[in-house]
Design a protein around this ligand. Structure first.
Ligand code: SAM
Length: 483
């Protein structure tokens, strides 16, 4: 297909028809994501000049005729693909897609019931399903707990101090409680020291369901429930400062917004996007859900001002008029067709993309306690993309700062391991979609580097792969380095 494409572009050029300055071919394996089959991406240089790059997703182009049509749409039509824009261009980490993601987790049970799938199925399974892995986690936590308790008891006896408050296992992400149920059972059977098992999530509904399933705990394991936005973990977790012996994050950091730095010809650009619903998808959505297309277009174009939650609530009311539970069901199906139905790639929101040069990549904002982006990340090299995972790495650094001296942060996710935090230019690492959620690969290599700089003496180790047969699912562990 690429050979066909190169020939077509040469023919266009010979016939003096418009051709892009660059072409980026890729094959996106996610069933749903935010890229159309082909799109023209503007590159804004710091000196005010602009060039254009054509991006082609070979996963969505099935024949040379298809490719010919995509080229004509992207290169001969108006510069912008027709559709309703939702807001303006801005850094991808500020896109409304992240509000859609949060709304999905708030309504997850109803959404999944309406589309007829379980949450683990929706996200392509989880390493937390593995019973042997969970048993191993219980054994390791038991060993850590016994050592930390023995060290603390020795210090208390020597100083005459009261024993410290119980040490804790923090498990963030309560969408599925299978892992917590198994781990608590093993810990209750094997540990003798009182401990807190802290279940945390940003979604209130997930915490309520977790409480109903897990209860107050058993034996020495007391279960606590914590409303926590991982993007700002410090305040909610203050009471656990110095008591966190394990922080467990599986399939979590891929849910946090992040910026993307792109290196082309030795220069650095930030990815800016504008969310839109293509015209054909809008018509199909309105027809399928018996809505007025003009009104729907107007509501979508206001969505960046009204916010995603009020928009969805408005359509819930409108579709509920059609009747009780059936109306609720119809609302979730509308939501799925708007966001992107995995069974039909012609549906769903897309992102227009633009690269905006940042003359000094050091200006990329970075959360404390990390310093500026390490210079080697920005060193000249082949063209590449650097998912900064800035909110996620910021969260990890704050969590490491809250750990017990013997504590461990354990991250399992779709992970980039390159020490310079880079991925090949054409590779696609998100944002992609799983039903109503958004998935971004996590830049583990960059976390490793920044953690070592922020916490001298800490140890960062890869444990890979986290799941047999899923090499991209990696575990990264960081401990504070206490002997
Ligand atoms: C993909 S599920 C992971 C569940 C489980 N760890 C697993 O692997 O099956 C993601 C969970 O993260 C929660 N979540 C998403 N963003 C969050 C944030 N910023 N802070 C805290 N929890 C968040 C969601 O509510 C959801 O429960």
């Amino acid at each position: 297909m690429v050979t066909h494409g190169v020939r077509m572009l040469a023919e266009r050029s010979a016939a003096s028809r418009s051709v892009p300055d660059r072409v980026c071919w890729c094959r996106i394996s996610y069933r749903q994501h935010f890229r159309p089959p082909a799109a023209l991406r503007e590159i804004r240089h710091a000196d005010g000049t602009r060039t254009h790059e054509l991006t082609v997703d070979l996963g969505q182009v099935v024949s040379p005729q298809d490719l010919q049509r995509c080229f004509a749409e992207a290169l001969d039509g108006p510069q912008r693909a027709p559709g309703v824009d939702i807001g303006r261009f801005g850094p991808v980490g500020a896109s409304p897609i992240w509000e859609f993601n949060a709304a999905f987790w708030n309504h997850m049970p109803g959404y999944m019931a309406a589309v007829g799938r379980g949450v683990r199925e929706s996200i392509g399974g989880s390493p937390d399903d593995g019973q042997a892995r969970t048993r191993e986690h219980a054994r390791r936590f038991g060993t850590l707990l016994a050592a930390a308790a023995a060290a603390a008891a020795g210090a208390d006896t020597a100083s005459g101090a009261r024993p410290a408050r119980p040490l804790a296992y923090l498990d963030v992400g309560a969408a599925d409680t299978g892992y917590a149920e198994t781990l608590i059972r093993h810990l209750a059977a094997t540990c003798h020291t009182p401990m807190h098992y802290v279940v945390a999530d940003r979604a209130a509904g997930a915490l309520r369901r977790a409480r109903a399933r897990l209860g107050p705990g058993r034996g020495p394991v007391s279960v606590r429930y914590l409303a926590l936005d991982l993007a700002q973990p410090a305040r909610a977790l203050e009471e656990y400062r110095g008591r966190l012996l394990t922080v467990h994050l599986t399939n979590l950091l891929d849910n946090l917004p992040g910026e993307e730095l792109v290196q082309v010809d030795g220069r650095h650009y930030l990815l800016h996007t504008c969310l839109y619903l293509p015209a054909a998808a809008l018509e199909q959505l309105a027809r399928q859900h018996r809505l007025d297309p003009g009104q729907l277009a107007a509501d979508l174009s206001n969505l960046a001002d009204t916010g995603v939650d009020p928009f969805l609530a408005h359509y819930r009311d409108r579709l509920a008029v059609r009747g009780g539970a059936a109306g609720e069901h119809a609302w979730f199906l509308f939501w799925q067709d708007l966001f992107g139905n995995p069974a039909d790639r012609s549906t769903g929101l897309k992102l227009r993309e633009r690269l905006v040069e940042v003359p000094d990549a050091g200006i990329v904002s970075w959360p404390a306690p990390a310093g500026p982006l390490p210079p080697e990340v920005l060193a000249p090299g082949p063209d590449r993309r650097i998912p900064l995972s800035d909110r996620a790495i910021g969260a990890c650094l704050r969590l490491i700062g809250l750990l017990h001296p013997r504590g461990v942060l354990e991250v399992t996710d779709v992970m980039l391991r390159d020490q310079r935090g880079a991925a090949p230019y054409a590779a696609y690492h998100g944002p992609a979609k799983f039903d109503g959620s958004v998935v971004n690969w996590f830049n583990g290599g960059l976390l490793m580097q920044l953690a070592r700089e922020a916490f001298p003496g800490c140890r960062a180790t890869w444990r890979s792969p986290a799941s047999p047969g899923r090499a991209h699912m990696t575990t990264l562990e960081v401990d504070r380095g206490a002997p």
